[in-house]
Design a protein around this ligand. Structure first.
Ligand code: NDP
Length: 330
């Protein structure tokens, strides 16, 4: 069966040559293990960090070895009493057509509750990231004005909508194309949105949020973060979720030049990794699943078909070729 391996480590922007798509034998499941035929897998910006040989919160991908990441597939064989063949499971061995893993590392999911794709998006890791970042880390309160960058992506589109659903005064998003900006305002209910490629982020943010920003959800870093700090109201709160503008950087980028505003405006900024937040999983599902079921929280997907196209889909997510969650169907 096919799997995608790390062929070489990128310097700067990754290229298709950094990946190898190869035929490899499928390992038969042992005691307590299951064999899964993957149906859909996630490509995520954080995987760029794992292509570097650097210590971080997840170990790097290894040269010549398959990549991994979130995936949903159907159980073909089970040597576990807990999972039956034919059931669908969420697990972490994406980037391959077939996965052999311990049943302990798989969660049964049902198409009766939500389409399988949703477990990698709105009801999965990106949805949970938006929820925890907005409500716990940025301590969102109704009446807040919220600014979110990367707003047309998976996490960002949920942040803006969740803030509106919980009573935000105003939600502003930034994204990288006119079509995405229209999508945010016309389809997702953002109050304002701008294309950060049209001009300085600071100027565009000031006119979109004339009364200032109480919560900034940072997916992008760099000039977006500096602009947000400048726009923050007193006691504003920033959730530091990601810095996608810098993931391909080959040397450290300059930091925001206005850090003293943390003092004068009494700001706070909290970084977080969603994997630490498992204790909020039940609350997340209890709050968000009904919004998804009744259509008040909308989710877009950009779907690329075929494992051979997974590297290109991943390169695409770093370049903004996705609207909503980028997924690969197998
Ligand atoms: P997205 O679906 O948002 O895809 C990434 C988006 O980043 C692209 O669509 C692109 O949109 C945008 N982008 C790329 N380059 C730049 C740039 N130079 N400046 C501004 N925007 C850029 O991905 P996710 O929703 O999965 O992730 C969003 C962020 O959240 C990432 O930073 C990710 O690392 C982080 N994250 C953090 C987690 C945590 O636990 N802390 C968990 C999950 C995600 P555009 O066309 O608008 O440029």
């Amino acid at each position: 069966a096919l799997e995608v391996r790390l062929a070489s480590r990128p310097h700067g922007r990754p290229t298709p040559e950094n990946f190898d798509v190869v035929e490899a034998p499928v390992r038969a499941p042992g005691d307590g293990e299951i064999l899964v035929r993957n149906k859909v897998m996630s490509v995520d910006p954080y995987m760029r960090g794992r292509m570097n040989d650097a210590k971080s919160y997840v170990p790097p991908f290894q040269l010549g070895e398959p990549l991994d990441g979130g995936a949903v597939g159907e159980v073909v064989t089970s040597n576990s009493p807990d999972i039956r063949p034919g059931q669908n499971v969420l697990h972490q061995l994406g980037w391959r057509e077939y996965a052999t893993l311990s049943a302990k590392h798989a969660t049964v999911v049902s198409e009766d509750v939500a389409p399988l794709n949703a477990y990698l998006g709105v009801l999965g890791m990106p949805g949970m990231t938006a929820y925890v970042g907005l409500f716990d880390k940025a301590r969102f309160r109704d009446g807040d004005t919220v600014f979110v960058s990367g707003a047309a992506g998976a996490v960002g589109s949920f942040v803006g909508q969740m803030a509106k659903l919980r009573g935000a005064k105003r939600v502003v998003g930034s994204a990288g194309s006119p079509e995405k900006v229209r999508h945010l305002v016309d389809e997702l209910g953002f109050d304002a949105a701008f294309n950060y490629k049209d001009g300085p982020v600071g100027e565009q943010l000031r006119s979109a949020a004339a009364d200032g920003v109480d919560v900034y959800f940072d997916n992008v870093g760099g000039d977006h973060l500096e602009a947000a700090i400048a726009a923050m109201n007193d006691f504003g709160r920033i959730a530091a979720c990601g810095a996608v503008s810098q993931y391909n950087a080959t040397s450290p980028e300059p930091g925001p030049r206005n850090m003293f505003q943390f003092v004068t405006k009494r700001l706070s900024m909290q970084g977080f990794i969603v994997a630490d937040e498992g204790h909020r999983k039940d609350d997340f599902l209890a709050d968000v699943a009904p919004w998804v079921a009744d259509g008040s929280l909308r989710y877009s997907e950009t779907i690329v078909d075929g494992l051979r196209n997974a590297p290109d889909a991943f390169l695409g997510v770093l370049e903004g070729r996705n609207k909503g969650k980028m997924l690969v169907t197998l």
